[in-house]
Design a protein around this ligand. Sequence first.
Ligand SMILES: [Zn+2]
Ligand SMILES: [Zn+2]
Length: 104
Amino acid sequence: MRNVLAFGAGAGGALAIAAGAAFVTTSVTVAVGRSIISARKKKTGITCGVCSGERRVSCKLCKGKAVIDWSPFPNAMVKRYCLCPTCGGKQLQKCLNCLGKGYV
Ligand SMILES: [Zn+2]
Ligand SMILES: [Zn+2]
């Protein structure tokens, strides 16, 4: 009886290890494949002329001020400054030419 139990535990453990190894192998393969693809693209890609490879450009909506003059009334006396919705106050926005990759 003890032998049967031990065998069962052993087989289960081996299965778990095999499943774990398969999972790890798959993740590594996928990661390596992805890095190879991006490396290839980087090699053949040309540095983006719009952002000069910086991947981000000055926000066009707020012109790098992080806030925009916004008022619900066109001739309002008081100007309201709103946090720029495009860059969220970061003053930079993703380069749309290279889609934030830095190369095209
Ligand atoms: Zn760019
Ligand atoms: Zn902005």
